[in-house]
Design a protein around this ligand. Sequence first.
Ligand code: ATP
Ligand code: MG
Length: 400
Amino acid sequence: MKPDLIVLRHGELTLKGKNRHRFEKTVYDQIRKAMKPFAKLTFLREFGRVYMELNGEPYNEIEHRLKKIIGLTSFSPVHTAPLELEAIQQRALDAMANLEHTPSSFKVSVRRVNKQFPHSSQEMNKLVGGYVLRAYPGLKVDVNHPEVELRVELREEKALVFSRVIQGVGGFPLGTNGKAMLMLSGGIDSPAAGYLALRQGLKVEAVHFHSYPYTSERSQQKVKDLVSKLAEYAGDIKLHLVPFTSLQTRVHQSYKKNLLITVLRRAMFRITERLAEENGASAIVTGESLGQVASQTLGSMNVIGRAVDLPVLQPLICMEKQEIIRIAEMIDTYDISIQPHEDCCTLFLPPSPSTNPNLRVVEAIEQSMDWLDEEIDRAVAGAETIWIQAGEQTPFSSFF
Ligand code: ATP
Ligand code: MG
């Protein structure tokens, strides 16, 4: 028999009091939202847990979606049984068969909530354990370090039997730590940074700068595809597409030397900050990793960050490229990111970008561009905003 119920755990948040309540409600709302396509599911909420009855809905598809719910710590597929010994023993075998591989050791843990049940927890441990051992001759009982814990919960109306614990994303439920603007390029890093921000309970809106027509429509499509992957963790995500061509060309016309990237990146940050104000976000998230490129030295980041007042969060700052790639693979953005694209920043690269820009010099260059504020206003006003839903990928990406 297949699992007919799933127990979801979100109660292991190390939080107390009012916040805990709010956090649990947020996770529950996210679960309900993610499960909307499965109309026959029924839900029961209990402290720190949700019991979800499948009523014939497909387990595998549901498992796939549950793995993307932020704040969900773990979940277990459950085989339910009426409160009768033989039925429970049978479901215990189903639960063992449902494991990814046969373990070498196990133990049974019985929780008897229903005190009317004729056997004590101790007796049930033996009755269920013995039954499983007879079916799996090589299996051993290990009460201290079992490979698998076969759990039986004797509840008021039925017994729940389960053996698998599947890890969820964990983290802080979506949006419970506020909102941030995610600066999203088409690269590998920024989607990974976006995922970590989401997992830390930030609601994110993505901001992408494009230099159309120097950068193609395809590179914008790529960004939409990336946002759609992130949206699997958030339901939907707002994407701001900012036209950067005019500002970039004008800056490049009047200054081409080693501080060009610094000036352009400061402009990007200022535009992002403006969009943050308009959309009620209180931080900026980027995919920088210390030392990766010239603009990601402490000196550069310092001068770039000073262009704005909002805190700049860099979830990847101390990660190695391999760790970042692992995250990108896990969230399924890597294959999209490695497709060739033009990034607006690489268009007008100076021959040797400064790794240690001087703030005063940079400010002086900016002051000489008396049209810069106007260009920033224009970019903000020209930003196109679209909502991207989870899984909303276009066949376009296969053309790369
Ligand atoms: P990524 O892999 O995220 O592109 P990167 O290693 O290529 O990062 P940079 O190009 O220096 O690094 O960009 C650093 C960060 O600046 C990016 O992680 C992203 O947050 C932001 N960024 C870069 N280009 C853009 C863009 N076109 N639109 C929005 N944000 C951008
Ligand atoms: Mg990049």
